[in-house]
Design a protein. Structure first.
Length: 401
């Protein structure tokens, strides 16, 4: 739920963002030839499809050797983000440490007592392949998740390890839920996370509802994603989460702002922010810019000058899930309120999104859905194709990935 915008109004939709385009479904379709909006709207169906794929793979046998010492989720980008989701949904009382490993191979301590989950949407990621091969050599239990009929599937079959074939219908960044569900259900099989079919079904329903509310035909004044995109236009987004779960959502939003909309973004958890990053609010794009503004200047200052826009993601359910989290949760919520107030006093615009839902997974989905769409609409408002990212393509070609 988006609570609202606080702070100075500024120029909504600055820096050449075309607000009229966002309310023209035909223009949106023409500017989105790859169908990123359609792929983003498929989050709920991704969950249902992944559940079926896992059922056909039968991960239930994974727990036959007992609970592992540790779980390493290996991959890069969105694939590694699935490990962050597993860790935060498992929660602080999870009996098994979870590591999202973003480099080639696996940590030196990984051995027969551990589990490696290698994830790659394409099935060709060098990092995931190297991790799967290393896990097999060291005798660690291996699970692989990725596109079928790829090198990753071959490595898994050679190691006689379970492989969940997730069809690739969109870029990895638009396939988070299809990749995450197998990782979560593998964690359940190992006895480290409580995720049931009802939780997954409710999360899928939540994503369906958010996709309906953020549809292209819904005008900006009733579409929360279009509204958020226009409010962020021309700014430097700073996205801070009030809890570990909200922190995962903050980093995800920054990922998509960079890839889809080509916007620089700062992301983190409020616990880290209070140790130094909150100083951004006093800098040249924050309070310092407001203090230097001379309303009587001739000529007047540029109304569309680049400023920070703070997005605070708040998690409303942590205290109810963990009896040990009550006071830390209260501190995090007070910190979120204090940071929003600091921003307001400095003339920095602030959007607050609050999680909704019963389970941790549904709350996470509620913090991801609108920002996912907003990143696409922000790209479209600037005339960018959110599906095609030339710099990524060129980099992969340069290093032959």
């Amino acid at each position: 739920m988006i609570e609202g915008i606080e702070g100075t109004e500024g120029l909504r939709g600055a820096r050449h963002a075309d607000e009229a385009l966002l309310d023209d479904p035909e223009a949106l379709a023409a500017n989105d030839p790859g169908g990123m909006l359609r792929a983003t709207a498929a989050a709920g169906p991704q969950i249902r499809e992944a559940m079926q794929l896992v059922a056909e793979t039968d991960l239930a046998t994974l727990g036959s050797e007992g609970r592992p010492r540790a779980v390493v989720v290996a991959g890069v980008g969105t694939a590694a983000r699935t490990g962050d989701v597993l860790a935060t949904v498992a929660g602080p009382r999870c009996p098994v440490p979870v590591l999202a490993h973003r480099s080639a191979g696996v940590p030196g301590w990984v051995g027969a007592a551990d589990v490696v989950i290698a994830v790659s949407a394409s099935g060709h990621s060098p990092e995931a392949l190297a991790a799967a091969e290393a896990a097999a050599r060291r005798g660690a239990r291996l699970v692989a998740v990725g596109a079928p009929e790829t090198p990753l599937q071959s490595v898994a079959e050679t190691a006689r390890a379970p492989f969940v074939p997730v069809p690739r219908r969109a870029p990895a960044r638009a396939s988070l839920w299809g990749l995450t569900v197998p990782v979560l259900l593998a964690g359940r099989a190992f006895g480290m996370v409580k995720v049931n079919e009802a939780d997954l079904a409710e999360t899928a329903t939540r994503l369906d509802a958010d996709a309906e509310g953020c549809r292209a035909s819904a005008e900006s004044f009733v579409n929360p994603a279009k509204s958020l995109a226009l409010d962020l236009a021309g700014s430097i987004p700073v996205i801070w989460g009030s809890s570990p779960l909200a922190g995962v959502a903050a980093h995800r939003f920054a990922d998509l702002l960079s890839a889809n909309a080509r916007y620089p973004a700062v992301a983190g958890a409020l616990g880290e922010v209070g140790r130094g990053r909150v100083g951004l609010l006093d800098g040249p794009f924050g309070g310092l810019a407001e203090e230097a503004r001379d309303i009587f200047a001739d000529p007047p200052p540029e109304r569309g000058a680049t400023r920070l826009h703070l997005v605070v993601l708040r998690d409303g359910g942590l205290a109810g899930e963990d009896e040990d989290a009550g006071e830390p949760f209260a501190v995090e919520e007070r910190r979120a309120e204090a940071v929003a107030a600091l921003a307001r006093r400095r003339g920095v615009r602030c959007t607050v999104l609050t999680a909704e839902g019963g389970s941790a997974l549904e709350r996470l989905a509620s913090l991801l859905a609108v920002p996912d769409f907003a990143s696409v609409y922000l790209a479209l408002a600037h005339g960018l194709d959110p599906m095609a990212v030339p710099a990524v393509t060129e980099l992969k070609s340069a290093v032959q990935l």
